[in-house]
Design a binder for this molecule. Structure first.
Ligand code: BT5
Length: 247
């Protein structure tokens, strides 16, 4: 069950939900028609104009969340978003670019930002923020690799239907994640991955790793075959050749 709060306009649905998270119930979902200060990872700006997309956040509170499995929530969201968009559009070219992007035709259709609040070493809550571009026909010149469901498929899909389709898939994926463990969700992500089997470049805080993405580790880290051995990338940005402008 998801109780839903709707804003015509707010700064960021993640920020609103984080304020409510300590007291709110599992499943609470905030949707906004417009975000005036939407954010991506590392506090980057997420452009979220009025009526252009599905900008929403879902609260997860579950005693089975642990310091180990919290970081994998992004994969639950990515699986749910890709499945929901495939269902709504019938387009199997919709893929997940590790770890948090939904892409089609090399364009970024959606992004995910999960943020958690810890009590001691276990997360008391996780706010899962999802931004899905639905009907933009052009984007700011600073993000030439952005696309929308309309620009890439020619289809106009409804915002509320999109959120509901996501929540349906999310409830299935999170149950699987918490009951069967991260590995089972990662397995389901494999055939939807835009990253596995491709040439990638991972920009870490300390160094850059280049090679072929060959698999996921148990915790969702990306395994890269550099030609001189396997490297494990836990965080950082990964460019996939042919996607979002990386040649
Ligand atoms: C993400 O970050 O992709 C996570 C985006 C999460 C947005 C949702 S909307 C609801 C909830 N409330 C929030 O405030 N946030 C969440 P990252 O991987 O860091 O990508 C951010 C980068 O994507 C930016 O630096 C831009 O280059 C690009 N970008 C910005 N707006 C975009 C858009 N609408 N579509 C595609 N790319 C965009």
């Amino acid at each position: 069950m998801h109780r839903i709060i709707y804003y015509e306009r707010t700064d960021s649905t993640n920020r609103r939900l984080k304020l409510l998270a300590p007291e709110a119930e599992n499943g609470l979902t905030i949707i906004a028609d417009e975000q005036t200060d939407g954010r991506g990872r590392l506090d980057r700006k997420w452009l979220s104009g009025p009526g252009e997309g599905a900008w929403f956040s879902v609260l997860v509170k579950d005693s089975r969340l642990s310091g180990e499995n919290a970081a994998g929530m992004v994969f639950v969201c990515a699986l749910a978003a890709a499945r929901a968009l495939r269902k709504l559009t019938g387009r199997e070219e919709i893929l997940v670019k590790w770890p948090n992007d939904i892409v089609m035709n090399g364009k970024k259709l959606a992004g995910i930002l999960c943020e958690s609040g810890f009590e001691g070493n276990r997360p008391a809550w996780i706010v899962c923020g999802i931004g899905i571009n639905l009907c933009q026909t052009s984007f700011d010149p600073s993000i030439p690799w952005a696309g929308s469901v309309l620009s890439e498929t020619g289809l106009r899909i409804d915002r509320n239907e999109t959120v509901h389709a996501f929540l349906e898939e999310f409830d299935i994926a999170i149950r699987q994640y918490l009951e069967s463990g991260p590995a089972s969700v990662l397995k389901e992500l494999e055939p939807l991955s835009a990253t596995l089997g491709r040439r990638v470049r991972a920009q870490g805080e300390q160094m850059t790793v280049s090679g072929t993405a060959v698999g996921f580790a148990e915790d969702g880290s990306l395994l890269i075959d550099t030609g001189h051995g396997l490297e494990t990338v836990r965080v950082g940005d990964v460019s996939v050749r042919g996607i979002m402008g990386y040649v």
